[in-house]
Design a protein around this ligand. Sequence first.
Ligand code: AGP
Length: 614
Amino acid sequence: MCGIVGYIGKKDAYPVLIKGLKRLEYRGYDSAGVALYNNGDLLVYKKKGKVADLENFIKDQPTTGFLGIGHTRWATHGKPDDLNAHPHISGDGRIVMIHNGIIENYAVLKNALIKLGHKFTSETDTEVLIHLIEELQKRDNLPLEEALRMALTKVIGAYAVVLIDKKDPTKLIAARKQSPLVVGIGEDGDFYMASDATPIVEFTRRVVYLNDEEIAIAGIDGKLTIKTLGNKLQNLNIQELDLEIEALEKGGYDYFMLKEINEQVATIADAMRGRLSVEEGWVKLGGMEQYLNRILRADRIIFTACGTSWHAGMVAEYLIEDLARIPVEVEYASEFRYRNPIIKETDVVIAISQSGETADTLAALELAKEKGALTYGIVNVIGSSIARVTDAGSYIHAGPEIGVASTKAFTGQTTLLTLMAMYLAHLKGTISESYFHELISELSLIPEKVEKALKNSAIIESIAEKIKDSTNAIYLGRGYNFPVALEGALKLKEISYIHAEGYPAAEMKHGPIALIDENMPVIVIATNKSAYDKIVSNIQEVKARKGIVIAIVTEDDEIISGIADYTIAIPDTAEPLTPLLSVIPLQLLSYYIALKRGCNVDQPRNLAKSVTVE
Ligand code: AGP
């Protein structure tokens, strides 16, 4: 997720751009840049680092001009550095562009353009798109908006782009598909373009939200034209903004955590993008290709992580042993690094980390490398330390996770690990073709099922009201849902400060059942078809001791909903994919309980987003 901003009008563009980028920095902050039209030429300044670093870099440079674009990056293709920073420039230096999104077929397009003589200076997919636009503009002598329109019909992926043509500085051009883009309409005929309204709202509250596959042309003459990729003119649907900046940064949600819980419909889809095809029936993880044989021949896969990421590793153990039949171990990084573990060259050590900077996980990786194991990273922050230290890896593409309590990163990691298990299982032939295709189809439906699971928020909020004053809670799950029980308990602990434990449901009778009384809420994740009767008896054991049972069930459940005190129904799916859905109500439950207890949901006490110290 990157931040993009553009301006055309009577003011100097640079101050609008740099202030807008600061507003958008929550969307991505590993590099930043601006391009300004200045007396017939383009001034392009771009730099690794934060917007403040860019501002400092530019402070003695010329920055006048009424037309400009700016970008703050969350890298997807190409590490964060000056060359990969946006804006990107066409080979002939005529057009300049900023982009938020992922061009999935950039490699094919790049090869074709190289054959036509194009030379590239960055590793980004964005640079490929601007060279494609340049090629079409020159070949057919097109105005920029036409060259853009033609180019986008050849692109597979997500984009929000804003462009300038120095040979036609009378317009600012934009287009979007799946990545957001807002056009602000100034009182004095000025136009603003941005990823969201935060850079715009101080200048105007009149906005047009671009729809998918629409192109916007904002003219210096004060005229705004919007048309489809099919060249059909669109009416302007001008809306009046009623949100303040603070609310806008959170996308209208009260807290980043709630925004990020709701973003999971998109972020799970982004984690799968380009890695799964229902039509063609394949799954692949590009990051594994170079070491595929070594991974398939591994004696053991060791996952090492901390906190929520460790819970994702626990899900991976069930997935990979169940589907791919490769032995798996899951290690707390802080223990693994000090317990003098046996690590062999035939092992694969996979680090899972949202930040990519967790000190214990990094140290565990260094140990694995010293012992000669292959190291792999499942990471969110591009170019982070763990991403650089590992031999290979896959990014989860969840965008910046601001809330300290990890939510979309967990489901992004779990999506990647599910794809990994399916990929290895299919290559090893340990699952049938029909089951493989069933899992592909079911996985592709998860985003819309997450959207359905999120619709339980009102019921969940009412349950939160009932149990918010508890001092303890127990989370129970079996099979794939045991790691989810651990994750649900951690969510509650870390943001509401209620003591909570996750247990395998059958473990109750080995001690924890002594804790059950009428004051103990017991959250049971009861979606497993394979162990349904056992889960029902676990719930009855709790009820017999007057425990308060909150059950997460599938929509077709008829028995548990008659026994539990409260039930939250989520869509059914293939059992290995359950964690992606059963975690959603637990995230919302912890959010609402914390809110009702007056806790700081985004920045809970004593916690940091990334634990970069031991
Ligand atoms: C999870 O909600 C916590 N914020 C914490 O446990 C976190 O998962 C852990 O610190 C690991 O962080 P990482 O994924 O960035 O390595």
